[in-house]
Design a protein. Structure first.
Length: 421
């Protein structure tokens, strides 16, 4: 988990502010740039949208839920390019509510500037649909239900495509998928980011991080007939000698390399399914009966059983949150959902087996072997305390370098007490 201030935590912070500064550079100079006013407006809107996306990242990962303490410290807000004076002094960190507000303001301004008629030539570029999607996400996290409903309704009116079973099972590795709203295509000469596929692809021999597997109990959450259940299964390490392997793990085939030889896979940043779930959750908070319709639209597309209309508001919300886990698994939402909904990690020991493991060899022959199963190995936080809501272990942390260099960091909002206890 992020609490340790490790390399991932530091990169997350530094990369966010590096790109924010790049966006500010564009915004500081775009009005004097050559070209048409339409093009200048679009470029300005794209810079604002990207900056808003990064402030959303900071708000949702570096602070607890906005309703836990709206004035809790989060991160500094920079809206102009950083010169030497600003860099030397540093800005005070703003509150979580202020960072969410900055994100939403940037995105709403971007929505006005990027024409609906703009047609991008690559899916990593930000167009009107992408802005509507990020706005829907930001307003949901900020608990602005009416706005989340409005923006997600607008996006679904433009694009409500949900992928077919064959598309879903194709490996989540191609921006050509029609359900992907926003994503990065990876090529041989620009493939560093695709290294994340070593964490995602646990079934291909070319992958190396076989320890990233699903909770064995997770598969039980899917009903028979839901084709997503087919993509979770017991298996040995890819490439291992099946006969001699002692254990099987709950593998997934959701993510697979598109190009095994070069270990490439495109990166999904936003899908239409997420927008259905945002729309359903926002409407559930507003007691809008269409919430169930949107949830059932998604469940039907996945071959899952629909739900009835007799659920209480809380039961409906919990059903939607569960569907987010099932649909968006592995795409980077679970930790944020735990934070924003003030929930706790839940882990249970899984019996070690043995089970009957059925596999097919290279000659097409089916065999059954007795194998031990492997589930979670850790059932509490690193300090041995029990899993609980609002733990420091869920948050990314402001880096040591920022705390040492920025003398104004905690001028307006004190450091979170969980880090000083």
């Amino acid at each position: 988990m992020p609490y340790g201030k490790g390399g991932t935590n530091t990169l997350s912070w530094l990369l966010a502010y590096r790109v924010i500064n790049d966006c500010n550079g564009v915004l500081d100079n775009i009005d004097a740039a050559e070209g048409t006013q339409i093009d200048r407006n679009r470029i300005k809107g794209q810079a604002l949208a990207l900056r808003g996306f990064l402030y959303l990242h900071l708000a949702s990962c570096y602070s607890f839920a906005i309703d836990k303490d709206p004035e809790a410290v989060c991160a500094p807000i920079y809206t102009q390019s950083t010169d030497e004076t600003i860099a030397a002094e540093g800005k005070p960190a703003s509150s979580v509510s202020e960072v969410y507000a900055q994100s939403i303001n940037d995105l709403e301004e971007a929505l006005e500037l990027i024409p609906e008629t703009y047609v991008r030539d690559a899916k990593h570029k930000i167009d009107n649909e992408v802005v509507l999607g990020i706005l829907s996400r930001a307003c949901l996290y900020a608990r602005q239900w009416e706005k989340a409903k409005t923006y997600s309704d607008k996006l679904l009116a433009k694009n409500n495509y949900l992928m077919t079973e064959s598309e879903y099972k194709a490996g989540f590795n191609s921006v050509d998928n029609k359900e992907w709203i926003w994503g990065h295509a990876q090529t041989n000469d620009q493939s560093n980011a695709s290294y994340q596929f070593h964490y995602l692809d646990t079934t291909t021999k070319g992958s190396y991080y076989y320890s990233f597997n699903a909770d064995p109990y997770f598969r039980d959450l899917f009903e028979d007939g839901d084709y997503r259940k087919d993509m979770l299964f017991w298996a040995t390490d890819p490439g291992a000698d099946v006969e001699s392997a002692a254990y099987v793990w709950m593998r997934n085939s959701k993510f697979r390399f598109r190009d095994i030889e070069n270990q490439l896979g495109d990166i999904v940043l936003m899908r239409v399914a997420e927008i259905y779930l945002i729309n359903a959750e926002a409407k559930a908070h507003l007691n809008d009966p269409d919430a169930i319709n949107k949830l059932n639209d998604l469940k039907t597309a996945r071959g899952a059983k629909t739900i009835n209309t007799n659920l209480s508001q809380q039961d409906l919300l919990e059903t939607i949150w569960l569907e987010r886990r099932k649909e968006l698994w592995g795409e980077g939402f679970s930790l944020i959902d735990i934070i924003r909904n003030q929930q706790a990690v839940v882990r249970k020991a899984y019996p070690e087996g043995p089970i009957d493991y059925i596999y097919t060899d290279e000659n097409g022959q089916t065999h059954t072997l007795k194998k031990k199963t492997q589930g979670h190995r850790f059932f509490n936080f690193p300090d041995k305390s029990a899993f609980c809501p609002n733990s420091k272990y869920y948050l990314y942390r402001i880096t040591d370098a920022e705390e040492l260099a920025n003398k104004n960091l905690y001028k307006d909002h004190p450091k979170l007490s969980i880090y000083t206890e």
